[in-house]
Design a protein around this ligand. Structure first.
Ligand code: PLP
Length: 219
């Protein structure tokens, strides 16, 4: 996809979100579209900024530190979302750069974030109980939430990435139920292949990269 197509891709993704929200009787304005710009350069990000888009996602603190400071000087109202794993020793750096952290998944990270001025967070769940994957176990989520709140973190909701190559809807529905049970209002779920389904099932934050920027080069 040519870079000039960025604004067109943005309009198309927004349209798909609006239609999915309409099917579910939801207000599309209640869905934040996060453009996941990991591995993309400034030339890919700029057309979206020029089209007025302001929510961007990155999965590595160091990459975001290299990419965003100059763009933030130009577009100070950009909101950066950390969607990837966070090491505790990067908590302070992350807190400085990001407006939201979607990947809080363990007690040691809560402790590290409590020592810095942390932005609002999502608790990331290992929703498919996959042994190789990050995320808090479902059974341990109430305890992690209690710890995070006790430490003064502003916990907005739950985040998850369903298992690959499976129908994601049951996992989205489960995440939504867990958030309801815990009285958490926000749901960070849905990526390029499944964000319409996620919106139908209650996503408040969808994280799309390739739908906006084209396929990522293999890393
Ligand atoms: C890369 C990434 C995304 C975006 O993935 P696409 O399939 O390109 O939309 C979303 N969430 C997380 C956690 C990611 O790492």
């Amino acid at each position: 996809m040519a870079i000039a197509d960025g604004a067109a891709a943005l309009a198309e993704v927004r349209d798909i979100i609006a239609r999915a929200a309409a099917i579910a009787g939801r207000d599309p304005a209640a869905v934040t579209l996060i453009a996941v710009s990991k591995t993309r350069g400034e030339d890919a990000v700029r057309p979206l900024l020029e089209a007025g888009h302001r929510d961007f996602g990155e999965n590595r603190v160091q990459e975001a530190q290299a990419k965003w400071p100059l763009l933030l000087a130009e577009y100070p109202d950009v909101r950066l979302h950390l969607v990837g794993q966070l090491q505790s020793n990067k908590a302070a750096d992350a807190a400085r750069l990001f407006q939201m952290i979607h990947s809080v998944d363990r007690p040691s990270l809560v402790t590290a974030l409590a020592k810095v001025s942390a932005p609002p967070v999502f608790l990331q769940l290992n929703i498919g109980e996959e042994p190789q994957k990050g995320g808090c176990a479902i059974a341990e989520t109430p305890a992690l939430l209690a710890q995070a709140r006790g430490a003064g973190l502003d916990v907005r909701g739950l985040m998850a990435v369903p298992p690959a190559d499976t129908e994601p809807a049951p996992y989205f529905a489960l995440l939504a139920k867990l958030a309801r049970d815990l009285d958490l209002p926000s749901l960070s779920m849905g990526m390029s292949d499944d964000y319409a389904t996620a919106v139908q099932l209650g996503a408040t934050h969808v994280r799309t990269g390739s739908a906006l920027f084209g396929a990522r080069a293999p890393q």
